[in-house]
Design a protein around this ligand. Structure first.
Ligand code: MG
Length: 370
């Protein structure tokens, strides 16, 4: 079905987090992002959101760079020609290097719009095989181990099935030891956000006795070779997150043996088309996936959940309920966790309506491009 984009609206939103979220590199207090709204000639609307953070600690992209990239470079392209399918967007923006989170926000809006046009849920359109996703939580760094233990207790009471701890040198072994003492059978993993180097191999070997599901991104974002060396020395599976931007990165990682698991994030790989290609390649090569979170607001949250319904997603996602991070989400029906699962809507597209009042509440800038 042909899709012609008539109008784009860029909403810049600033949503305060209920509590600051801290990892080895930064503390996030607000989610500052762009909600992309595409409107076609029949008046249908598709939504996507940028997931980049305010500073470039995670990847090189930021809230500001994604907004600029969308406005100056992607918006003019998105309206140029009609679409038979949203995957055509990737071919049209081949000359825009990297900037994957900016691309994913626009591409995500195209997919949502297309799914609404076809009157199918987005997750089914991309090939999802389940209508529910097991939910896990990521617990940011806290001032004390006892606070982490309290957070875990609350997460388990709320029904979450898997816990991820943020670690760094000096905030790792004692923390994991304490958690394992209290929760010997908990599905537990850790994420270092590149806090270690190859010189820490002996130190990281200590993790092997704690039966962790994985250690995520222990080394630098482009250290494929060093991750491979580390994986040869430790039993805990390495999961790559920040390193993976393209299918080509995945091929490098698998060829070198840099990881056993990949954390796939829609924004980081530039949208659904590339994400599905990576998913299929990983499935063929025996590398399971799971989906981490980017402190997304509602639209990004629903799109990450749609991706996590593909069959090679094997671990509970980091995509928690809306109310874990925000007092009020931008959806009329917020994302909720029910007995450890998030159920996806069977309505067309992302399946939830935008809460326009919340949009006005958080909006600091609005640009209409026709
Ligand atoms: Mg991570």
């Amino acid at each position: 079905m042909t899709m012609r984009i008539k109008k784009l609206i860029l909403h810049r939103l600033q949503m305060p987090l209920k509590e600051p979220f801290k990892n080895s590199l930064t503390t996030t207090t607000h989610k500052d992002f762009t909600l992309v709204e595409l409107i076609d000639e029949s008046g249908l609307r598709g939504f996507g959101e940028t997931v980049a953070f305010r500073s470039p600690w995670y990847t090189e992209e930021t809230s500001d760079s994604t907004r600029l990239m969308i406005e100056k470079h992607l918006c003019p392209i998105v309206k140029e020609q009609p679409y038979e399918h949203p995957s055509e967007f990737g071919k049209r923006i081949r000359d825009v290097r990297r900037n994957n989170m900016a691309k994913a926000a626009v591409e995500g809006a195209l997919w949502d719009l297309y799914a609404k046009k076809e009157n199918v849920p987005l997750y089914k359109l991309i090939g999802g095989v389940r209508s529910q996703v097991r939910a896990g939580v990521s617990i940011g760094m806290q001032d004390s181990i006892s606070t982490v233990l309290e957070e875990i207790e609350q997460a388990l009471l709320a029904g979450y099935e898997r816990v991820k701890l943020k670690i760094k040198p000096g905030n790792d072994i004692a923390l994991i030891e304490a958690v394992r003492n209290d929760y010997p059978d908990l599905a537990l993993m850790v994420d270092a956000n590149s806090a270690y180097t190859i010189d820490d191999i002996e130190h990281l070997k200590q993790l092997d006795k704690y039966n962790l599901l994985m250690i995520e991104q222990p080394l630098g974002t482009d250290d494929f070779v060093d991750h491979a060396k580390l994986q040869q020395q430790i039993e805990t599976p390495i999961c790559l997150d920040e390193s993976i931007h393209t299918l080509s990165d995945v091929k490098t990682a698998i060829t070198l043996g840099s990881c056993q698991i990949i954390n796939m994030k829609l924004g980081r790989v530039g949208g659904f088309t590339e994400a599905v290609r990576i998913h299929d390649y990983c499935r063929e090569n025996g590398i399971p996936l799971w989906g981490g979170g980017m402190l997304e607001a509602g639209v990004g949250r629903l799109q990450s959940l749609a991706l996590a319904t593909l069959d090679n997603f094997k671990f509970p996602a980091d995509t928690a309920a809306s109310d874990r991070y925000f007092k009020r989400d931008i959806l009329r029906q917020p994302v909720e966790v029910d007995n450890g699962f998030i159920h996806l809507s069977e309505s067309a597209g992302i399946g939830h309506d935008i809460d326009r009042e919340a949009l006005r509440l958080y909006r600091v800038e609005k640009k209409v491009l026709t």
